[in-house]
Design a protein around this ligand. Sequence first.
Ligand code: 3EB
Length: 327
Amino acid sequence: MKRLSPKQFVPDFAFSVEYLDAQQRARLHASILGEVHYASAATPGTTVAMTQLQASPLVETWLSPTPVRRGSANGFDFAHNDEVLFGVYTQAVDAVDFEAQVQAVYESLRDVARAAGFPNLLRVWNYFPDIAHERDGLDRYKRFCRARAAALAALVAQAQTALPAASAVGSHGGNLVVYFIAGVDAGRQCENPRQVSAYRYPPQYGPRSPSFARATVAPDGRLLISGTASIVGHESRHIGDVPAQLEETLENLRAVIGAAAGATQVAFGGLEDLRQLKIYLRRAEDYAYVAQRLREVLHPRAQCLYLLADICRPELLLEIEGVVAVQ
Ligand code: 3EB
C-alpha cells in the first residue's frame, strides 16, 4: 500500500499535486501530468472561470516522479506515467442539450481511460456555469447528475467499490471543464459515516443520485477527499451560518479521514494531515473568517486555494476538498 523509500525520506508516490505560485512554478523540476488554472472568465486562456481569493494566485499542478507521455482522444487531452493518467476536457457548455453533452463527455472519459490502460477512476472534478439555472423544474446540477449516472451506469451498479471521489462546483461563466485521475490499479472507495452516501441520496435531490464516493484511497496510499459540505445524513445544516457550516464541514472531513484510516492499514491522522485544499466560497466576504479559522486547524504547510464559486445546493455557502499526506 504505502511505499516510502527510507533512504531519501521521500514518499515514492505515483503522482502528487501542489498548488504553486509563479515563483514556485519557475523552480519546478518535475514532469507535469497536468495543470489547472483558475481566474475570472474575463481572463483569456483560463481553464476554470473562478476567481481566486487568497493573496497569490496558485496553479494546481499535477506532478509525476517519472517522465510522462501525452496524447489526446475523444475531446480529452491526457498525460500518463506507468501508474496514473490525468485527463482534461474543456468545451463551451451546450445550453440546448447539456445532458447529452455531459453523458457524451463521461462516456468519452470512460473510454479514453480504458483504452489507455487506466480503467480505474480515482478522482473526477466537474466545473460548469449556471449550476443553479432551472429548466422545466430541474436545475443544471440535477441534470448533470442524471447524465453522469446514465454514462456511469456500470459503476453506479457497483457503487460500493467503483465510484471515484469527485467535486461538482459552479463556475462564473466559462466552459464545462471535466478532469480526472485514473489508475492502472483500483483505489479504495471510502464513505462518511455521518452522511448518507451520495449515490443513495433520496429523490428530493434529483431524479438520479450523484455518482461519487466521499473519498478514494489511491493505489499508492494517498487519500483524495471529495468536495465536502455542511451536510449531515442527506440534509444541509446551518442555513445562512458560515461559521457553523465550516465547523460541520470540518467534522465531516475528520469523519472521512477516520473512516479511511479504519478501512485501510494507512496511518491517516486528522485535519492536520490535509496538505492541499480547495475551499469553495459562495461569498467573497466570508474569505477572511474562513481563512483565519482554517489557519487554526490546518498544518502550517497546508496549501489552500480559495475559489469564489457556486455550490450545487443553493443553501450551502462553502465546500472543501483535500488531499491527505501519508505519515
Ligand atoms: C454533497 O455532499 C455536496 O456531484 O460530484 C460534493 C462533491 C457535492 C461532489 C458531485 C457534489 C459532488 O452532496 C455536493
